[in-house]
Design a protein around this ligand. Structure first.
Ligand code: NAP
Ligand code: GCO
Length: 259
């Protein structure tokens, strides 16, 4: 009787997923737990994280789940939280830099605050959290870092210049991580979601005209679901990707393939 290929088994591994109190991050945490990983959830609100963790435990009986409430834009908080997870929960084998926000505005009217908040949360945070985790992975000779990029790592649209710049930078930071850390046994890659139905896009999903445009612009003819990113995350978290580095795996319903 065929059995699941052990290449994709995450048993014995521990993952820290930033921005996993809801949305894509929570779906990834649940999916990695189902693949055997112990998971540490992150967001800024401990109570919200506790509720999310309870949901993962209910969905994945026996899963090891902890919470790490910290602001990913705060370097000292990242360092302290990583140290605490490693000392009290498990060495971090998999880091998914997923936390992100959106602050839409026409570029000419965009405030400095809108620019800085998005770049800090969507790009700088990946540097800060990876800087806290990577030395520990390097000392162990192995580790997986996955950055949640976007189709906006490749293209933009009006009103999201801050977001597109951050996600474009995150694509190149992913490659920079790969170039420096591959020799130490780390694999650093990205996942590039297309348009996914989460809270971040609620206003777009509810906009009839935008919804119609996205369904027409996406060859699959629909929005993606957060759960549809789990397969890519398991692949990039597992032994199956031990010779994959610096790649962005787009999960976009064909959007980037189409003019
Ligand atoms: P979401 O539902 O709004 O979730 C965002 C997550 O990020 C929440 O868990 C939030 O936690 C966390 N977060 C925000 N700021 C944070 C901070 N300073 N410190 C720690 N956590 C913080 O959004 P989503 O759609 O799941 O997005 C997740 C990632 O996917 C983002 O990087 C986004 O850019 C990317 N992405 C999304 C799509 C899409 O179509 N949805 C497509 C491509 C890429 P709290 O608010 O609870 O602290
Ligand atoms: C927007 C959306 C996008 C998506 C995603 C697409 O305003 O166009 O928020 O940025 O969230 O990044 O991959």
């Amino acid at each position: 009787m065929p059995v699941p290929n052990p290449l994709f088994d995450l048993s014995g591994r521990a993952a820290l997923i930033t921005g996993s109190s809801q949305g894509i991050g929570l779906a990834l945490a649940r999916g990695l737990a189902q693949a055997g990983a112990a998971v540490a959830l992150n967001g800024r609100d401990a109570a919200k994280l506790a509720a999310a963790a309870a949901g993962v435990r209910a969905a994945v009986p026996g899963a090891r789940v902890t919470i790490a409430a910290f602001d990913v834009t705060d370097g000292a908080a990242c360092n302290a939280a990583v140290a605490r997870v490693e000392e009290e929960f498990a060495p971090i084998d998999i880091l998914i830099n997923n936390a992100g926000i959106q602050r839409r505005s026409p570029l000419a009217e965009m405030t400095e605050a809108q620019w800085r908040e998005v770049v800090d949360t969507n790009l700088t945070s990946a540097f800060l959290t990876a800087r806290a985790v990577a030395p520990r992975m390097i000392a162990r000779g192995s580790g997986k870092i996955i950055n949640t990029c976007s189709v906006m790592s490749e293209v933009s649209r009006p009103t999201i210049a801050n977001y597109a710049a951050a996600k474009g930078g995150l694509k190149m930071l992913t490659r920079a991580m790969a170039v420096e850390w591959a020799k130490h046994g780390l694999q650093c890659n990205g996942i590039g979601p297309g348009y996914i139905t989460t809270e971040l896009n609620r206003s777009l999903v509810e906009n009839v005209e935008f919804n119609k445009w996205i369904c027409g612009r996406t060859p699959a003819g629909r929005w993606g679901k957060p759960e549809e990113l789990v397969g890519a995350a398991i692949f990039l978290s597992s032994r199956a990707s031990d010779f994959v580095n610096g790649q962005i795996l787009y999960v976009d319903g064909g959007l980037l393939a189409a003019l």
